[in-house]
Design a protein around this ligand. Sequence first.
Ligand code: C5P
Length: 306
Amino acid sequence: MVSATAFGKINLHLGVGLRQDDGYHELATVFQSVSVSDTVSLIQQDIPGELVTSMHTTSHVRGDVPDDPTNLAWRAVEVVAEDYQRLHGMRELPSVSIEVYKRIPIAGGMAGGSADAAAALVVANHWLAGVYGVEALSRDELMRIGATLGADVPFCVYGHTALGVGRGDELTAMMSRGTYQWALIFPQGGLSTPRVFQKFDELGIQPSLSTDAVAAALMTGSPRDLAPVLHNDLQAAALSLRPDLRTILTVGEQAGALRGIVSGSGPTCAFLCDGDAPDVIAEVTTAVPGTTGLTVEGPAGAAALN
Ligand code: C5P
């Protein structure tokens, strides 16, 4: 069995520009990976036939993911295999089953599905390099393949802190000093990312496309500098679809968080804290029934073999 782990993300700045003809929006975003991760394992099977025989998910979060070929992790294994076949020739490959261990919320705005794809890309790359007896694909190659699976997949491969433009998949490393403590609050239910982007279009929100303030704050390493400049253009759309998030943000900030924002397309709420994340989680989960919480730190790292 071979395994790889990839981390979830928070957008410290999420600027959403115009909708393009392909339905995607131009983004100017700052990603920070955070210390909540999913693990994907491949178990070689003796059954000849299909490349992926089955998938099984062990989940520590609410909600369901499909254990079938529509799952991004399953597709990731297939697209890496296609790349090896293109580069190194067609051949009969051993089959594998996939095990996913989930801790990143499902449909939560933290790139959980994309992290599973990223971990699957890394583990499939390692496995196939061994099967073929060739050098593994580079990280850049995996990011290029990952972009065909979803806009957040390249960042989940890359990790750390990065500026994302285009669909959010064209990345540049960003300097970041120190570590930041976050209290994550997971409300019940998920939010559909396309639905949140559609709501954003309907609301006609003026975008904030400059990431300069966040870039400057990350250089000081102080959460007190970062807190006031956190920004999410999708927040108003997420709040319009889920008015209950407003209460969560208010309670968390009253409980001592420096600042609360909706993470990505939501509904996860991320509270930047200065040491008191457990207290913030205790107060919010008591005040708002049905919520759960987790203390994490960012930046975490790249997707990597275990
Ligand atoms: O790429 P991914 O499948 O994660 O994106 C999910 C959906 O989010 C897209 O189908 C699109 O509706 C929306 N999206 C967008 N602009 C982006 C990224 C995602 O409109 N840059």
